[in-house]
Write a protein that binds this ligand. Structure first.
Ligand code: HEM
Length: 340
């Protein structure tokens, strides 16, 4: 949380400059390919460069190997951790036997991990000093924790979330793009620039972010072991939970609760707009807690709960300052029409 607070100035600058590079690459790829261009590699590169600089202060541009391959190193490190819990959908029981039955050994990614370790250790001086002076952490502890927050929480989370957000917008044919564009340009017109304050005024943009997280929570499962006996209530029943029992929360089910959300299976861009809409934020749980909650050391809610939604809103706003229209899906962009 301290790192997030300290990084707020760098955050916006790094996000926007890396997005410029990303969209320039997409434009150049589209111009070479009539069928459109896959953007996932460019997006991951963008997210990695932006987050590494914003969170740790280590800018990948100082290391050609990390700038070129850092995102790939994290992908492999993430893969061996999440494959045992991820449904692939191939023939059972082989998936259970071969993919979900053991933890993968660290040596498979040890070389790349060491490169990331050295990069952070050599280039994240301010944050490492902070860990030492304010929190009594050794260099080793700080670097491992930075790699985890950067690689798993931040890079992993955005790598899953952003394709579904971009795909939702690029694939829309209901007129949503026109409405988003109008809102963004109204707020950012007449001399106002895009920043945390102006993006906060964009009600529809924020609602689209929330609605995407409601229908496609990037981290669908949460587990926890009860620390004591307690009772948990649903709309119509109360369940007793005993100390030590393992609980599993499945977000896609929770956030399609028909008692709370009208037409729960439908993507409604305006769902969270206005006073009635904002009450629904009490039931938006993508961050392992309600959107109206506060992450703290005494809960397990995503430390970057607000940064994630505001960053996603900035990405949409930036898109509609740059383009009038885009078409594509969660993996590729087919066409872009530059802002007139
Ligand atoms: C789209 C991006 C993100 C998503 C979807 C996401 C989602 C989540 C979720 C679901 C949890 C709870 C995990 C659990 O206990 O089961 C969590 C925890 C956490 N997230 Fe995020 N997160 C994102 C981005 C970030 C970023 C950018 C940071 C950077 C600081 C961050 C830092 C954390 C931390 C430190 C925790 C652990 C909190 C604790 O255990 O007390 N997350 N995140």
């Amino acid at each position: 949380m301290e790192i997030l607070k300290r990084s707020s100035e760098v955050w916006l600058r790094e996000l926007l400059s890396n997005l410029d590079t990303f969209w320039e690459t997409v434009e150049s790829d589209i111009s070479k390919n009539d069928d459109g261009a896959s953007y996932l590699i460019g997006l991951q590169r963008c997210i990695f460069n932006f987050l590494s600089t914003a969170l740790t202060g280590a800018n990948p541009s100082v290391s050609p190997d990390i700038a070129e391959n850092g995102w790939k190193m994290l992908d492999k490190w993430l893969a061996i951790q999440v494959i045992p819990t991820t449904k692939i959908g191939i023939l059972q029981p082989f998936e259970e036997i071969f993919l979900h039955s053991w933890a993968y050994p660290f040596f498979l990614v040890a070389g790349d991990y060491q490169k990331l370790y050295n990069f952070i250790s050599e280039n994240a001086g301010d944050v490492i000093r902070l860990g030492d002076e304010e929190y009594g952490l050794t260099r080793d502890e700080t670097v491992h924790n930075l790699i985890f927050v950067l690689g798993f929480n931040a890079y992993g989370g955005f790598s899953v979330f952003l394709p579904s957000l971009i795909g939702r917008i690029a694939g829309d044919t209901s007129g949503l793009q026109e409405r988003l564009r109008t809102e963004v340009r109204k707020v950012c017109g007449s001399g106002s620039v895009l920043n945390f304050r102006t993006v906060n005024e964009m009600e529809l943009v924020k609602s689209v972010v929330y609605e995407t997280l409601r229908l496609n929570p990037p981290v669908p499962l949460q587990y926890a072991r009860a620390r004591g006996d307690f009772k948990i209530s649903s709309h119509d029943a109360v369940y007793e939970v005993k100390k030590g029992e393992l609980l599993c929360g499945y977000q896609p089910l929770v956030m399609r609760d028909a008692n709370i959300f009208e037409d729960p299976e439908e993507f409604k861009p305006d769902r969270f707009v206005g006073q009635t809409g904002s009450k629904l934020l009490n039931y938006l749980f993508w961050s392992n807690g309600p959107q109206t909650g506060t992450p703290s050391e005494s809960n397990k809610q995503c430390a970057a709960k607000d940064m994630v939604t505001i960053t996603a809103a900035l990405i949409i706003a930036n898109l509609f300052l740059r383009y009038d229209k885009i078409t594509g899906d969660a993996g590729s962009i087919k066409t872009v029409v530059k802002a007139t």
